[in-house]
Ligand binder design. Structure first.
Ligand code: NAD
Length: 266
């Protein structure tokens, strides 16, 4: 199966690092023009855009805070100025502010919900509004547009010490499925990716040294994931190869969501 996203334009939020950067590289390697959204650090985003351009692709870095409505409007407007249309949104931005539940501040609760859930709402809404203005180009894609939400295994696995994060990702699940139910007849495809433990900046501590050994006990497949494991799934979900996949969460977790504690007879 060969995947081509030639002639399509993708926005990837939070793409200056980790899974977002991996997704941007994967989409660009498949032929899409890519908008690399960053929050506070333009340099890595601009460097990644240049790498993609040097490899013969199309890319631009655009700053925006996904939890800010005006910033999101600006991100989409600048995308249209640069590339004239939008076909794919990867709503990837996310963060953690961890604390024991009794000690969690309202500020840390709000920050995580604002970025991880409201940010997904604002970006998906802007994408749906833009898709609705565009005709389907069946020679390029069977869908009018595609949205991929970045969720987590913690949309189903409760997570002590991270209740804001788990609540945000649980919210992403019903956000995604409700949008999918509503916009499917416009031929807008909406799905989520739920990664398990993937080696990125968000979990450096958990994926190195002794902590990694402990983490592996939670992964039946026996290895920590890499950004490419997720990028490959994103490229597939963005392509016509998955055209009948709608309203689904694809778990990329080496089996982390399989209740691994029960593998030795409980
Ligand atoms: P990361 O920290 O490298 O990436 C997060 C990105 O989000 C960063 O580029 C950051 O700048 C961006 N971001 C943060 N606040 C933002 C804001 N207000 N506006 C715009 N961008 C903002 O970590 P990552 O692992 O690549 O995480 C990417 C996504 O994957 C997150 O949604 C995370 O919850 C999810 N995820 C990661 C893992 C994992 O194991 N790495 C597992 C499950 C889910």
């Amino acid at each position: 199966m060969q995947i081509s996203l030639k002639g399509q334009v993708a926005i990837v939020t939070g793409a200056s690092s980790g899974l977002g950067a991996g997704a941007a590289k994967g989409l660009a390697a498949s032929g899409a023009a890519v908008v690399i959204n960053y929050h506070s650090q333009p340099e890595p985003a601009q460097k990644l855009a240049q790498e993609i351009i040097d490899a013969g692709g199309q890319a631009i870095a655009i700053g925006a805070d996904v939890s800010n409505e005006q910033d999101v409007e600006k991100l989409f407007a600048e995308t249209l100025d640069a590339f004239g249309r939008l076909d794919i949104l990867v709503a990837n931005s996310g963060l953690q502010k961890d604390a024991a539940f009794a000690d969690m501040s309202l500020e840390d609760w709000n920050t995580v919900i604002n970025v991880n859930l409201t940010g997904q709402f604002l970006c998906a809404r802007a994408a749906v509004r833009q898709f609705a203005k565009q005709d389907i180009r069946s020679e390029v894609s069977r869908a009018r547009g595609k949205i991929i939400h970045m969720s987590s295994v913690h949309q189903v696995i409760p997570w002590a010490g991270h209740v804001n994060y788990a609540a945000s990702k649980g919210g992403v699940d019903l956000l995604m499925r409700s949008i999918a139910q509503e916009v499917g007849e416009q031929r807008i495809r909406v799905n989520s990716i739920a990664p398990g433990a993937i080696r990125t900046a968000i979990n450096t501590k958990a994926t190195s040294g002794d902590a990694e050994k402990k983490l592996l006990e939670l992964i039946p497949y026996g290895r920590v994931g890499e950004a490419d494991d997720v990028a490959n799934a994103i490229v597939w979900l963005a392509s016509d190869a998955s055209d009948y996949v709608h309203g689904t969460t694809l778990f990329i977790d080496g089996g982390m969501s399989l209740y691994p504690e029960f593998r030795n007879n409980g």
